[in-house]
Write a protein that binds this ligand. Structure first.
Ligand code: RIB
Length: 309
């Protein structure tokens, strides 16, 4: 099977991660365990996830002309990702995310977007030639919405299917959803988009139907350890995820979306691509950090198709 060619447009951050057995309540100070500075950002994480899952990846983003930005760029290049259209903004700092992770692997995240907020439709136009060479385009919402809309429009003009991972969650304009190839909200994002928390299969099906009624062609609602609900015009099914010990859930959604894009870019069937992506997401939570925890294709396949002992 030929390698898929994935275009990721989105954010790059540096993650400032504190691990602490307990998360502080407002006004409380807790003594924490470890601190790490690691590359992150939903766009960059998904680019790395797709690359490690076996795709050729081009990434379009905006970073600052500072040490964090340079380090982020070096990490992307070390992965073999095409960064021709990652611009270094002379005036703005690189994006950062302040992340607290507790003893159960749950996190809270606050992002300061910096240069990500200046990723503009003009910069997407400058990279338009990329749409001629890719099989799929992956977008998220850590960059300005007009830029996401513009990128989705250019993808449509070039006949490139778009996966929109609507993270962080927010309401979306009808023109972005109408005709969209694939939307991949998690539970929280689904509730923001539909008003329905998909805490049961029945509510997840209802939420997916609402999104399809708005013109989305395929919906995948990621349900954490329960796997993912996959809704198409033909059927709606739950694809279960393997059980793992979670150390840090940061970047699990990015692992899922990047691996999904890599698999769909190879024209693999949706249910097979989701099973592959579920394994990528599961492996990502077994290690600390976002990009540092993203699995390679061989590990994903080994979890998906365990060899008989
Ligand atoms: O999805 C995880 C990412 O969200 C982190 O890497 C952080 O940078 C925030 O963007």
């Amino acid at each position: 099977m030929s390698r898929s060619r994935v275009l990721v447009i989105g954010s790059s951050n540096t993650d400032l991660i504190v691990q602490s057995e307990r998360l502080p309540r407002p006004g409380q100070t807790v003594m924490a365990d470890t601190f790490s500075t690691l590359p992150g950002g939903k766009g960059a994480n998904q680019a790395v996830a797709a690359s490690r899952a076996g795709a050729d990846v081009s990434f379009v983003a905006r970073i600052g002309a500072d040490a964090f930005g340079l380090q982020a760029l070096c990490c992307l290049e070390a992965e073999g990702i095409d960064t021709t259209f990652v611009l270094r903004d002379p005036d703005l700092p690189s994006g950062i995310a302040s992340i607290l992770v507790d003893g159960r692997g749950e996190n809270v995240i606050a992002v300061v977007p910096g240069a990500n907020a200046a990723l503009s439709p003009v910069q997407i136009d400058a990279a338009a030639s990329l749409f001629e060479r890719v099989s799929i385009c992956l977008l998220q919402l850590e960059t300005p919405l007009p830029t996401v809309l513009h990128a989705a429009g250019l993808a449509k003009e070039h006949g490139v299917p778009v996966i929109l991972n609507p993270a962080p969650g927010r309401e979306l304009p009808p023109q972005l959803l109408s005709g969209l190839f694939l939307l991949t909200p998690n539970e929280t994002e689904t509730e923001i988009l539909t008003g329905i928390l998909p805490d049961t299969e029945k509510t997840a099906r209802r939420a997916a139907n609402i999104l399809m009624d708005r013109g989305v062609r395929n919906v995948i609602i990621t349900l954490g350890a329960r796997g993912a609900l996959v809704a198409t015009v033909r059927e709606t099914v739950i694809v279960p995820a393997p059980t793992v010990d979670a150390r840090d859930t940061t970047g699990a959604g990015d692992a899922f979306n990047g691996a999904l894009a890599a698999a769909l870019g190879q024209s693999r069937p949706l249910a097979d691509a989701v099973a592959f992506a579920n394994c990528a997401g599961a492996l990502a939570v077994t290690r600390v950090g976002a990009q540092s925890a993203l699995p390679r294709e061989t590990r994903i396949r080994a979890l998906m198709d365990p060899q008989p002992q």
